[in-house]
Write a protein that binds this ligand. Structure first.
Ligand code: ATP
Ligand code: MG
Length: 410
């Protein structure tokens, strides 16, 4: 292959004004980390673009890794020559004859960022097109809908020629906007929420509420495996996963509050725990997979009643999405198959037959007076177990199924 480098364009980063340098530093650090196994790569950084010089590394394998970095708009495989017409003509023809074998239509597009070359962009495009056409019987020109666009980017340091653009993930580099605490259940939604919030530059730690022995190690394994999928997008490929032992608090809710308010109060407790943890670790926000109208605990009134225990921003990236859209993303980020493994979540085991859909905040407060939940919350926080999940490394929780029948509760 003639292409010996990849041009990376940053997209939204170019809008970032004074923060731009921090963004660029973060994105370059992340790219270098993600590509650490390609020992021959070299990096050439310009103001608004980055080149990766391949030195014989496989460009498509490198691009696969670049597809885990947020903040990158597109990748173009390209090659370089001196900025004079004769060199450009020769290289353009080389590119066409190695890259385009079958009959097809093409056009030439020139960007003349270096104005000292003595012709206009259109004149250059025409001259190169004439030269290429004369020597390439497989090509015809179509300026409106060409199959291939030969792009010529003329700069002071040299001219780059490319024919293929591949879209990146977009978004903003993770780690430029602090960390959020992701509530992860093991279902389909929360990992997708985690992926989408990372896309806006937010780093993550993950919190999961477990109710052993009613939930099994297999549920924890699910959350571990889902978190591992999200580490792919973390700048250092690691995410901390916190497991909160929730059984005692959940049993108290079950014993002291009306069943129909069980889920509402349980979720109020989850938010309180998340908020306290987030506050003591300097995370400014909580992220979850809630979606308006999906289940009883996600009506507008439920959200109001649940949300009223905290003043911390709760970001719900999926709030307006249809389940199909969510599933499509889950498949793309390879979490779907893990999420549909059939193991119980602490929410599902305590689901009452008739949960309130319009819970009343005052009633919640009354019911919560029935037991000393502050002590139980403290106990949850004091006994959090933390694991560090690393991309590509198996973390085996499960040895055998340790759950006990739900009926033992009642
Ligand atoms: P998911 O598919 O993510 O499980 P869901 O549609 O099943 O979502 P709920 O069970 O009502 O919805 O939960 C809504 C959100 O609350 C979840 O997306 C998740 O962010 C959080 N959540 C629910 N259960 C837990 C849990 N056991 N630990 C941590 N967070 C949880
Ligand atoms: Mg769930």
């Amino acid at each position: 292959m003639l292409y010996d480098r990849i041009l990376i364009k940053y997209g939204e980063l170019s809008l970032k004004g004074r923060n731009k340098h921090t963004f660029l530093d973060t994105v370059l650090r992340t790219i270098k980390h993600k590509c650490i196994n390609f020992q021959n790569l070299e990096y050439e950084r310009f103001y608004d673009r980055l080149f990766i010089i391949l030195n014989n590394e496989d460009p498509f394998e490198v691009i696969d890794r670049l597809q885990t970095v947020f903040g990158l708009h597109s990748f173009s495989l390209c090659t370089k020559c001196e900025s004079n017409i004769e060199s450009i003509k020769t290289l353009a023809l080389d590119v066409v004859s190695t890259e385009i074998k079958n009959p097809t239509t093409f056009k030439v597009e020139t960007n003349r960022a270096w104005k000292e070359i003595p012709k206009t962009s259109i004149e250059i495009s025409q001259e190169i097109a004439r030269h290429v056409l004369k020597n390439s019987p497989q090509l015809t020109v179509d300026v409106h809908k060409p199959e291939v666009t030969l792009k010529i980017d003329i700069r002071a340091e040299g001219t780059y020629i490319m024919t293929r653009d591949i879209l990146g993930l977009g978004g903003l580099p993770v780690g430029t906007d602090g960390k959020g605490l992701l509530m992860m259940s093991g279902g389909i939604d929360s990992p997708v929420a985690g992926f989408l919030i990372q896309k806006r530059g937010v780093g993550l730690e993950v919190m999961h509420f477990a109710s052993p022995p009613y939930t099994s190690d297999r549920s924890i394994q699910k959350v571990v495996d889902l978190t591992e999928k999200l580490t792919k997008y973390a700048p250092n490929s690691k995410i901390k996963l916190h497991i909160v032992p929730f059984t005692k608090l959940q049993k108290a809710i079950f014993d002291y509050c009306p069943k129909s308010y069980g889920i509402t109060i349980m979720r109020r407790m989850m938010y309180r725990i998340c908020e306290q943890y987030a506050n003591s670790n300097n995370f400014p926000l909580i992220v979850n997979g809630e979606n308006l109208g999906q289940v009883a605990s996600q009506t507008m009134y439920s959200m109001y009643a649940i949300n009223s225990v905290t003043s911390m921003p709760i970001i719900r990236p999926l709030v307006t999405m249809d389940k199909n859209e969510i599933i499509r993303i889950a498949e793309k980020i390879e979490t779907y198959e893990i999420s549909i493994r059939p193991f119980e979540d602490c929410c599902t085991i305590f689901v009452p037959e008739n949960p309130v859909t319009k819970p009343d905040v005052h009633k919640c407060l009354e019911f919560e007076k029935n037991f000393d939940y502050e002590v139980l919350i403290k106990e949850c926080l004091d006994n959090i177990e933390t694991m560090e999940i690393v991309e590509g490394k198996a973390f085996n929780v499960v040895t055998e199924d340790s759950s006990c029948p739900i009926n033992d509760l009642f």
